[in-house]
Design a binder for this molecule. Structure first.
Ligand code: NAD
Length: 334
């Protein structure tokens, strides 16, 4: 039986892998995969990693020295893997689509909460404070949604927004003519949108796509939703834009420095990240800890597709979901 080392695992995902596993001997490690922990993979045939593992060139070398033959990401994003360095040495597979609905629905949950202030109402009424002061929102109907990235998740999110009667602006270097949205350039999207939701991958091109200059072009009071990757937003610039009331609120499922924080209970610890501490303290900022994917359907699909990726590899078949490094276009998936 092939041996798989799972890193950065939590009980809520292990139950799905255990229930669907037929072919593998699995060892779950709670620790994240990085150069300092990669030796744990000694003697394993494959490693399975997640979004906040740090799979840099050193980690890849250690995995190869340990005899690991394939890296299976149980995520769609792989910005945390040095796939250029791995190319030709260590095959990488991922789960490109497990439930775009899970992520898109969470993005809308963040927007609705931000807009109608249900997070505040919940706390008030638990204390029998039934005042409505300060809870006024706006109708989403008739407003303009700016969507950056119109792939699988962006598309579902666009459909949800259309259901609310919103006008849709979209920016994507690869526009999809089947999507009912007006494709515009980034600056136009910044200027015209009442809220902006990010659904593009993190890459050299999209790093800090929302920065000081981008915020300066936006409508006063714009809402920002990010369920994609934290480093798409310059967090310090976002904080400044919230402070000067250019941005009216932010719903963040991801944060650029989340790797050592998210997925853990740090409620008894001092958080030495002043930007995050200030963001958390703002009443018009809602942070969830990278949970947009967390539905039963998504967890089941992630487990099934990860096993399918591994089965293909160990059967010597072509890899449907391989991350292939193409120097011209940076990334692709098979
Ligand atoms: P996808 O590959 O189907 O779509 C991504 C889209 O972004 C594509 O249409 C692509 O053309 C576009 N894009 C590429 N470069 C761009 C750029 N410079 N500017 C604007 N658009 C650009 O991916 P998806 O399944 O829709 O996922 C989108 C992202 O969501 C993932 O990359 C991942 O980071 C994130 N994600 C987050 C969670 C979560 O739990 N929070 C879960 C899954 C995925």
């Amino acid at each position: 039986m092939k041996r798989i080392a799972f890193f950065d695992t939590k009980p809520y995902e292990r139950e799905w892998f255990d229930s669907l596993n037929k072919n593998y001997e699995i060892t779950y490690f709670e620790t994240k995969l990085r150069a300092g922990t990669a030796r744990l993979a000694e003697g394993f045939d494959a490693v399975c990693a997640f979004v906040n593992d740090d799979i840099d060139a050193r980690t890849i070398d250690i995995l190869l020295n340990c005899g690991v033959r394939i890296l299976a990401m149980r995520s769609s994003g792989y910005n945390n893997v040095d796939f250029r360095y791995a190319s030709g040495k260590l095959p990488i597979v991922r789960v490109p689509s497990y439930s775009p609905h899970a992520v898109a629905e969470h993005a809308m949950a963040l927007l609705l909460t931000l807009n109608r202030k249900t997070h505040k109402a919940y706390i008030r009424t638990r204390d029998f404070n039934f005042s409505l002061a300060g809870l006024t929102g706006t109708d989403l109907h008739g407003k303009t949604a700016g969507i950056i990235g119109t792939g699988k998740i962006g598309r579902v999110f666009i459909d949800i927004c259309r259901g609310f009667g919103m006008t849709i602006l979209a920016y994507d270097p690869y526009p999809n003519k089947d999507i009912p949205a007006e494709y515009v350039d980034k600056d136009t999207l910044f200027k015209r949108s009442d809220f902006i939701s990010l659904h593009c991958p993190l890459s050299e091109q999209t790093y800090h796509i929302l920065d000081k200059d981008a915020f300066s072009q936006m409508k006063k009071g714009v809402y920002i939703i990010n369920t994609s990757r934290g480093a798409l937003i310059d967090s310090a610039a976002l904080l400044e834009a919230l402070n000067n009331e250019k941005v009216g609120g932010a719903g963040l499922d991801v944060y650029e420095e989340e790797a050592d924080l998210f997925f853990e209970d740090l409620s008894g610890k001092i958080i030495r990240d002043d930007v995050l501490s200030l963001l958390v303290s703002r009443p018009n900022v809602i942070i969830s800890s990278h949970q947009a994917f967390l539905t039963k359907e998504a967890l089941e699909n992630i487990a099934a597709e990860t096993f399918n990726n591994l089965d293909e590899f160990f059967a010597g078949k072509p890899l449907t979901n391989e991350v292939v490094y193409k120097p011209s276009s940076e990334t692709t998936n098979g």
